[in-house]
Design a protein around this ligand. Structure first.
Ligand code: MG
Length: 178
């Protein structure tokens, strides 16, 4: 560790577009069309027909599911710039889906090669000693005492009690220019 301010950055729906992958696989395999507009304030699986409601778990437990996710727009350059000013840690609750571990590691190596392995934390509960956390899930803010930046994702659109960032340009505005 250095003396710099430490930031924890989430992966799914923050660096990696997991929702896009869900939309693609359900269209491909089940001919179910779900749009981002429909998801406003909801989880993706809440919009699935009843018979498919739990099937998302089968997908996320498959090897490879997390390996080809799209990168969230602007995230690579902003995270790279953050690394010059802060101690950046990628913190993902990957233990929930054990087959995701290697996929997530390889994905980071491909798209964020400037992140050293020592700065990658795959965990269960996010009990981390950082000053700032960027995450789309408010459950990860429970008990966290640092500055919380809620990264917008359709499921959290109706949440109002946290400082919000809608995209990576807004993260840059808040953390690179202040
Ligand atoms: Mg997330």
């Amino acid at each position: 560790m250095t003396g710099k301010i430490r930031i924890a950055i989430d992966m799914d729906e923050v660096l990696a577009d997991t929702i896009d992958k869900f939309i693609v696989v359900y269209q491909r395999d089940h001919k179910v069309d779900i749009t981002l507009e429909q998801m406003h304030g909801k989880e993706f699986h809440e919009l699935l027909p009843d018979k498919l409601n739990d099937s998302w778990r089968d997908y996320v437990n498959q090897k490879g599911f997390f390996r080809d996710l799209k990168v969230m727009p602007g995230s690579q350059q902003v995270v790279k710039d953050l690394c010059a000013k802060y101690d950046v840690y990628i913190v993902s609750a990957a233990m929930e889906f054990k087959n995701s571990l290697v996929d997530k590691y390889d994905w980071l190596e491909e798209h964020f090669p400037f992140i050293h392995w020592k700065n990658i934390i795959f965990c269960g509960n996010k009990i981390v000693d950082t000053h700032i956390m960027i995450d789309d899930r408010i459950r990860n803010f429970a008990g966290y005492n640092g500055r919380k930046l809620l990264f917008s994702s359709p499921h959290n659109f109706l949440v109002s009690e946290y400082e919000r960032v809608n995209n990576w340009a807004e993260v840059a505005d808040k953390l690179l220019r202040e």
